[in-house]
Design a binder for this molecule. Sequence first.
Ligand code: IMP
Length: 436
Amino acid sequence: MFDGDVRCLVVVGSQWGDEGKGKIVDVLARDADWVARYQGGANAGHTVEIGDDQFILHQIPSGVLYPDKQCVLGNGMVIDPVTFFEELDELKSRGFDVEGRIHVSTKAHLVLSYHKLLDRVEEEHRGRGAIGTTGRGIGGTYEDKVSRAGIRVADLADAGRLRERLELSTARAQAKLRGLGSDLQIDAEQLFDELSAYAPRLVEMSCDVGRSLHRALERGDRVLLEGAQGSMLDVDHGTYPFVTSSNTTAGAATTGLGLGPTALDAVLGVVKAYTTRVGNGPLPTELPPDEAEQLRKLGGEYGATTGRPRRTGWFDAPVVRYAARLNGLSALAVSKLDVLDKFPEVKLAVGYKLDGEPLTEFPAELSLLSKVEPEYETLPGWQESTAEARRLEDLPAAARGYLDRISELTGLGIRYVSVGTRRAQIISNQSVVIGD
Ligand code: IMP
């Protein structure tokens, strides 16, 4: 729900991704006119369940599941045209009318087959230092963008320019492959043909999305900006180098769409009631293998994009406090509370210690984060189902106590609590106003 004067609302993951943003965006999108993605690409997997149907959206904003919403893929995204059209065609085959309401930025960069190839070869080359990427060619595409060698959607409109740009980018990619000891060959001509096949369809959907959104906001439309991944995977502020290659924090919603910072009215941070991470890098509250597996099973914690088992741990308040600061969070949405229903007691990390000393601020350096020891608080579990709760008052007292503690520790009001995968399994806490 858009509260008060909120017209432009950003939803961001506030842990390591997979917080359940798809479900929350789906709930919020009902009241929006536009839903826009602004960073990342097919590395994301936003899961939405409607009745018995499950949808996993990788590049198309979750708002597409409502018939009347305009959907935007912003310039900050890296778009894989092959999987984009697969996703679009699957939606069509499942009865969704997508015609005329998907708008792709002319400035968005394209993920090409060699980006995916390089992703795999680079990961192999990293050996023990592998990041554990999703293999979707995200890093290489952003690398080309920053090196000014990327291919943008607009390049598809002009065959001569596309060929020229491809010559430059494939030569670079070929040199990179060679440098990594690979003799795989990139066929620029074949790539040109592949892209040319997609070009007319993609060009037809493309426009200056910043202008469209600006006009929409001027008209008084409601705009929902859908973040991908999570704050701890932000290329600047996350657990570098174990991060994705884009800014995942709320500021990127402006640069990734062509909006000014004053356009944003509020930021909703989505967190799981516990913590997960997929891929390598530090995870301070990670559970020992047996307990991790129990939580993984209960929460169905397997990647929506890659199917990889996620690492699991208790709720980490220092991480969410840090995310609150980085994103300027207005309020929280807590997902998957029901996953904790069976535990006799639940724990949360209230702070960290480093070399026996309490840390007052979240450590900026990875080397320090790997060494911290979380300080836990143990709260009683509720051991009854929360799946049918639709108001905070319906929750067992211990579950409410747990949420209250999260709120106290993060300094944020909890606007939504999700208690299951279905659309209806949501508690909306009206006493917390997002735009406040
Ligand atoms: P990349 O974005 O594929 O380059 O992967 C870089 C890191 O970000 C890896 O640790 C991935 O597991 C992680 N990552 C990327 N996208 C997601 C996501 O949507 N959810 C969770 N982790 C992600």
